[in-house]
Design a protein around this ligand. Structure first.
Ligand SMILES: [Zn+2]
Length: 262
């Protein structure tokens, strides 16, 4: 970590220190994460043109609720490479840094747009998955809920859609598809977290997916300070007190270290 630190330009180091001060002084800190926090774990941003996943399929045709209902095989064919990558992925230093920040008492809630479960695998406890999760499945026949575990490993191996051991119907991953509402309770908790926080850190999100992208706006309306760490531009860059263009897996551990050392 020291060698990376030495290579950082002084202005980035200053931004890291300012971000750390905002976090350590705030009464309540929250984080909003997007696909960019999982790309260092080898999970491509499925919305990035050319990442190969969206470009082969029209997501509205395969990743929608009606596609799932009427052409489940097509849906699972689309899901297969993504599920495989997520199943084998490991948390990266950005995920671990946020888990450390929570444990140290500076971070109350992580709101994530990701479905990969990597925050929890890194040790984070208070995680709101506004786009659902691939970690559990629900039977479309009897509505029983199952941990993905064996079902997903068998799906990855054979490619056949997972089926309910009791009624034989298809098991739907608990991810939010197009045409589906966000999980209501989770969404309300996320909104509440944004209303009550003193600082919000946006990490690895370009803030393009609605409605999750409106959450930092809500925090700003309630006088929270905004920190953004992301490779690309976001619509709230001009409202951010600290804006760092960079790799979250490099920058987040440095911010967290600075908070802990403060
Ligand atoms: Zn069933």
């Amino acid at each position: 970590m020291n060698s990376i630190q030495r290579e950082l330009p002084a202005e980035i180091q200053d931004l890291i220190n300012t971000a750390a001060r905002l976090i350590s002084k705030a009464s309540c800190g929250i984080v909003l994460t997007g696909a960019g926090i999982s790309t260092p774990s080898g999970i491509p941003d499925f919305r990035t043109p050319g990442s190969g996943v969206w470009s082969r399929f029209n997501p509205m045709e395969v990743a929608s609720l009606s596609a799932f209902r009427y052409q489940p095989q097509k849906f699972f064919t689309w899901l297969h490479p993504m599920a495989k990558k997520m199943f084998h992925a490991l948390p990266n230093p950005a995920h671990y840094a946020l888990a450390v920040l929570e444990k140290a008492g500076y971070l109350q809630t992580i709101i994530t747009q990701n479905i990969d479960g990597l925050h929890q695998r890194a040790g984070s406890k208070q995680v709101l998955e506004v786009h659902g999760t691939l970690e559990t499945l629900t039977c479309i026949g009897c509505y029983q809920n199952f941990p993905s575990g064996e079902f997903i490993s068998s799906f990855i191996e054979k490619g056949t859609p997972p089926r309910c051991p009791d009624c034989g119907q298809i098991l739907k991953p608990d991810v939010i598809l197009y045409e589906e509402q966000l999980p209501k309770k989770t969404w309300l908790k996320a909104q509440k977290a944004c209303q009550n926080c003193g600082v919000i850190l946006v990490a690895g999100s370009s803030l393009e997916v609605i409605p999750a992208a409106t959450l930092p706006q809500r925090a700003l309306e309630n006088n929270a300070r905004l920190i953004i760490v992301n490779h690309g531009a976001t619509y709230l860059d001009s409202r951010a007190e600290v804006r760092i263009q960079g790799d979250v897996a490099e920058i987040l551990p440095l911010i967290v270290q600075a908070v802990i050392d403060d």
